[in-house]
Design a binder for this molecule. Structure first.
Ligand code: KG4
Ligand code: ZN
Length: 341
């Protein structure tokens, strides 16, 4: 089976070709430079860029995969959650392509697609889609932070999620406070590698509380007050790196601690992680160490599949089709606030 997938839930315009669980192409056009001057994603600009880029990105995905439109068996698109107008562009374009080709259209939940990204590529490659389950999955990005108990393929339950800011939002807002351009998560990660994570003691919100919810807005606020009381720190390169390392350690401690706690309580043997923040070097290292210490097997998404991409949408769409859903859902509408059931 060959699927062309589209993803436009936020500020990445992406198209991918997936064939029998293998990613033949995954083109991602990032809008980061456009939104950087505003310090965050501007929905109207994101929508305009999706409109401009979607068809060239789709053509590039087909070309790289050496697949013609006539060879496609289905078309998929992200239905939600995400920015309404951004979702609308991708979903309607995908449905139009499916309609023109007279092929099934498969609407996909963005978070459920993230659950599949650890299966894409990876070393060693996942033997099959039933490996690594049941598991506890961490999905952590600029828009979401959640823990999901995945009992079997397409059977999952959200254990907890953030009550305010997402972890990536916390990275980005702290980065902004110290003058790094949006999105500052990756730059903060780079500065932190040369800093001392024990230099400053920031709170680890919710870490020692029962339950699987997160909260990161208080941590961001405590960094703001800290900088208000130590304004000279911004001009001191070494202490600035220590600050980055200390904030990063606080965020990572919470993400790792809550994930291990949930995995133990659910009695699973596997943990997976995906979403943009899973690119973070300390999170990857600390989660691996904590899982090893707890006797859990960890499956991390490759960095290129951690951030938003159409490959994960195509992989899930193909699994849905193989499970028997071949009806053409051309009447599907966007679901901007669609919670993962
Ligand atoms: O999954 P993603 O591309 O988009 C959504 O937010 O849905 O994730 C982007 C987020 C941003 O907040 C970005 O700063 C963060 O992931 N991020 C990182 C790193 N790389 C990306 N945060 C910390 N360290 C990184 N290395
Ligand atoms: Zn995402």
């Amino acid at each position: 089976m060959t699927v062309l997938a589209f993803e436009t839930s936020c500020d990445e315009t992406s198209a991918a070709v997936v064939q029998e669980g293998r990613v033949c192409s995954n083109i991602v056009s990032s809008q980061v430079n456009i939104h950087a001057e505003y310090g965050g994603v501007v929905p109207e600009l994101a929508t305009r860029e999706h409109l401009r880029n979607l068809m060239p990105v789709a053509r590039a995905a087909l070309q790289e995969a050496a697949v013609s439109s006539g060879q496609l068996d289905a078309v998929a698109g992200t239905q939600g959650p995400g920015l309404p107008s951004a979702l609308m562009v991708g979903l309607k374009a995908a449905q139009a392509v499916a309609f023109a080709l007279r092929k099934p259209f498969v609407p996909v939940h963005h978070h459920e697609a993230h659950l599949y990204s650890p299966w894409i590529g990876g070393e060693p490659p996942a033997a099959d889609f039933n490996a690594f389950r049941p598991n506890v999955s961490l999905i952590v990005s600029g828009g979401h932070t959640m823990l999901v108990h995945v009992q079997a393929e397409r059977q999952h339950r959200v254990l907890g999620s953030t009550m305010d800011d997402a972890a990536g939002e916390c990275f980005d807002k702290v980065a902004k406070l110290i003058g790094l351009p949006y999105p500052g998560g990756p730059a903060l990660d780079r500065l932190a590698t040369e800093g001392n994570p024990k230099a400053f003691d920031f709170p680890r919100p919710m870490l020692n509380e029962p339950g699987d919810d997160f909260s990161f807005s208080g941590l961001k606020t405590s960094v703001r007050y800290f900088l208000r009381d130590h304004p000279d720190l911004l001009d001191d390169g070494r202490r600035l790196r220590d600050l980055c390392a200390s904030v990063q350690a606080a965020i990572v401690d919470v993400l790792v601690g809550k994930t291990i706690q949930a995995a133990k309580r659910c009695g699973v043997s596997y943990v997976t992680a995906s979403g943009g923040v899973t690119c973070n070097s300390r999170l990857r290292r600390e989660l691996a160490a904590a899982c090893a210490a707890a006797g859990l097997t960890l499956r991390l998404a490759e960095p290129r599949f951690c951030t938003d991409n159409a490959a994960m949408v195509g992989v899930l769409a193909e699994r849905k089709l193989l499970a028997g859903g071949t009806s053409t859902e051309l009447d599907a509408e966007i679901k901007p606030s669609w919670a993962l059931a």
